[in-house]
Write a protein that binds this ligand. Structure first.
Ligand code: ADP
Ligand code: MG
Length: 314
């Protein structure tokens, strides 16, 4: 199968008539119709084999995750998805692998109203780069810099399961049966919190999606906003599987896990938060004093020695 047959077969589908895509896959550029009064929001995320996923991962889950981590960035900004491009390097044409990958990718594309509008396909070590385009009304994108002293800190869903699954794959933790399947699903099939992000426009003062671990990602909000925070480690929402692990491992997964793809946001105390069917948990408070203080439920300082993920940190 040649390059163009491959694109036609796996990556070319007509976008929905109301998607605002005037030209999609097949020409030199896609042509999109902007919504009057909206701003474009654009983000890219690359997935490299061995670094972001294991070569043994189910291709359908990889297709889902490649798009999910990108949509998560749109969610963090409160954007509505409009389309995405896919740049793909493949070592060879493996039709069964491509069919699985495309199935996972299209399922999430359709569920989130985010059509594939173009891309690039080349031979090389397996590598996926997606760029998402979204929109938000002018002045309403959720950014990292708006947290103010007195705001409460909230997180969606549960944290730490993806990291727990990674530790199982690394062989440092043993988990069996349903527990392993549940955390593995969290790692391989994250749900981008798009409806929550859009519902938080005009309510959240700052937001970020959790990709590199809570400490690091909260640190980005604090730095951008010029504030500090107090974080209650015992309040962090966790699954029953994680809650059954030793306390030190729980803290490592919760505070520095990475790959959670939940939304972390700040809102004024007492703000009415939207109910979009995703659990929201208050985990701390923004303070004027710089720095991040981690405490337990009794208010005692917690020494953790952990930090967020950095690809180039030694
Ligand atoms: P060009 O040479 O003009 O850059 P290409 O030959 O790379 O165009 O691609 C042909 C068409 O297929 C373009 O519309 C491009 O956006 C699309 N395309 C290429 N690879 C992919 C892919 N992996 N997924 C979706 N669309 C793709
Ligand atoms: Mg090209």
């Amino acid at each position: 199968m040649g390059e163009f047959d491959l694109i036609r077969r796996f990556f070319q589908r007509l976008p929905a008539a109301d998607a605002g895509v005037e030209v999609g896959v097949g020409d030199d550029c896609a042509v999109l119709r902007p919504t009057p009064g909206a701003r474009w929001l654009v983000s890219s995320d690359m997935l490299v084999e061995g670094r972001h996923f294991l070569s043994t991962v189910d291709p359908a889950r990889l297709g889902h995750k490649a798009l999910a981590v990108n949509l998560s960035d749109l969610a963090a900004c409160g954007a509505t998805p409009r389309g995405f491009t896919l740049a793909l390097a493949l070592p060879r044409v493996d039709e069964a692998w491509l069919a699985g990958f495309a199935r996972g990718l299209w399922a999430l594309s359709e569920a989130s109203g985010c059509p594939l509008i173009g891309g690039d396909t080349t031979q090389g070590p397996l590598n996926l780069c997606i760029t998402v385009l979204g929109e938000a009304p002018a002045g309403q994108a959720l950014l990292r810099g708006g947290a103010r002293a007195g705001d409460e800190i909230w997180v969606s869903g549960r944290l730490g399961d993806a990291r727990l699954a990674l530790e199982v794959f690394r062989g440092t933790v043993a988990l069996e049966g349903n527990g392993f399947e549940a955390v593995r699903r969290a790692m391989e099939c994250p749900t981008p919190r798009l409806a929550l992000g859009q519902a938080l426009r005009g309510i959240a003062t700052a937001a970020i999606d959790l990709s590199d671990g809570l400490l690091g990602d909260l640190g980005h909000i604090l730095a951008a906003s010029g504030v500090g925070a107090c974080l209650d480690v015992d309040a962090l929402p966790r699954s029953a599987v994680l809650a059954a692990q030793p306390a030190a491992l729980q803290r490592q997964c919760l505070l520095a896990g990475g790959d959670d793809y939940e939304l972390l946001f700040t809102a004024p105390a007492g703000a009415r938060l939207p109910d979009v069917g995703v659990a929201l948990t208050r985990i701390g408070r923004i303070e004027a004093r710089p720095g991040l203080r981690v405490v337990d439920a009794a208010g005692a300082a917690v020494e953790h020695g952990l930090r967020g993920y950095d690809h180039f940190a030694s």
